[in-house]
Design a binder for this molecule. Structure first.
Ligand code: CP3
Length: 341
């Protein structure tokens, strides 16, 4: 069955759209009381991710409650290190933590290249969600970009600087490339599995792009993102490299459909650097949603006008914060859906 609302897919491919489509990073999650209710029934975040029925339920919630133009499968980028042999824990109020990390050549040799079967619970959640959505809106699948996954595998947790991961790049460049290649192969298998299970579009999250120098970014991050872009030909793909001002021109040359921008990136300047062959996604500061309604509407319309009527998918410049008022999020979404050029 064709999708009833395919605005996001058309915008990604550069086809004409009647209005700017919108979805939000972290749209499923703690801002919704309905999410918190499902989450409370579970032993923890991981149990929710690994139980397809519940992952499906929280994936569909924002489509019903916020009125967004796409769903994004409820999961985490850290399922890939786990499938490769490094299990993670999500520690309440602290974030991810890995018991084992990568230190030596032997640690890398022992990692397996993950297959879609290793992540059957994500595949099952995608299939269930596709049927639950009933073709109302597209379903977005995702993965972490290789550098960001590498950073967690070396560091073992979140970090302000990711200095251990960067130390590994400087002191063990050959091993770094071996590990990045294994992550890349796993990610391609995983994304292909998501497509076979029904994902209509994909996004790569390079959340820690901003800690690398331009030269390091090209050598250790972009090279592998590029391999993933070349491998994914079936559905549109967005690359979101947070804080990566310094490589926007290079991002424009990737074999993908759209590029995510954060709020620190000037819209006109980004368009100039990236060129006209890509759709741009973003880029409102999530903190705008702490402001009053008039302010939210004004700034949202200003953002829409700066991007222009075509080749734009409205979003935030990063994920929603858990304490943002749901009604403010609805105001942002409604302003975009009502606006006409
Ligand atoms: O709605 C969606 O966007 C889909 C679900 C999604 C989650 N994580 C669920 C989640 C997506 C796309 C992600 C990606 C992700 N995970 C990224 C890339 C995007 C980004 O934020 O830069 C990263 C770096 C991670 C790793 C991660 N997961 C961290 C650092 C944390 C802890 C911080 C936090 O926000 O709590 C998580 C936990 C996490 N992933 C939560 C959710 C809803 C919160 C946990 C909870 O509900 O208890």
């Amino acid at each position: 069955m064709p999708l009833k609302n395919d605005l996001i897919l058309r915008a990604a491919r550069g086809e004409k759209v009647e209005r700017t489509p919108v979805w939000l990073m972290r749209q499923a999650g703690r801002i919704l009381p309905e999410y918190r209710k499902v989450r409370a029934k579970m032993g923890g975040f991981k149990e929710l991710v690994e139980t397809p029925e519940f992952a499906c339920e929280v994936t569909i919630q924002p489509v019903d409650i916020l009125g967004v133009d796409a769903a994004i499968i409820f999961s985490d980028i850290l399922v890939i290190p786990e499938a490769m042999g490094l299990p993670y824990q999500m520690i309440e109020a602290k974030g991810p933590w890995f018991e084992k990390t990568i230190k030596t050549a032997n640690d890398i040799a022992q990692l397996k290249i993950a297959t879609a079967d290793d992540l059957h619970y994500v595949m099952d959640a995608i299939k269930l969600t596709k049927s639950g959505l009933n073709d109302r809106v597209p379903l977005i699948g995702f993965a972490g970009a290789p550098w960001t996954i590498f950073a967690y595998m070396i560091e073992g947790s979140g970090s302000k600087t990711f200095s251990q991961a960067k130390k590994f790049l400087y002191t063990q460049p050959i091993l770094s490339h071996q590990l990045l290649q294994k992550i890349t192969d796993s990610t391609i298998n995983y994304l292909k599995g998501q497509i076979s299970s029904g994902a209509d579009m994909l996004q790569l999250f390079d959340s820690w792009a901003g800690v690398l120098s331009p030269e390091q970014y090209r050598e250790f991050a972009l090279k592998y993102i590029s391999k993933i872009c070349d491998a994914i030909t079936e559905v549109p793909l967005t690359v979101f490299a947070k804080d990566a001002h310094f490589v926007r021109k290079d991002l424009g040359e990737l074999n993908c459909n759209s590029i995510g921008l954060d709020w620190t990136m000037d819209i006109a300047e980004s368009r100039e650097l990236i060129g006209n062959t890509k759709t741009l996604q973003g880029n409102m500061d999530p903190c705008l949603l702490y402001a009053d309604y008039t302010h939210i509407k004004q700034d949202t319309i200003k953002m829409l006008k700066s991007f222009g009527p075509q080749r734009h998918i409205a979003n935030l410049g990063h994920g929603l914060y858990p304490d943002i008022d749901k009604d403010k999020v609805i105001c942002f979404v409604e302003t975009i859906k009502e606006f006409r050029f």
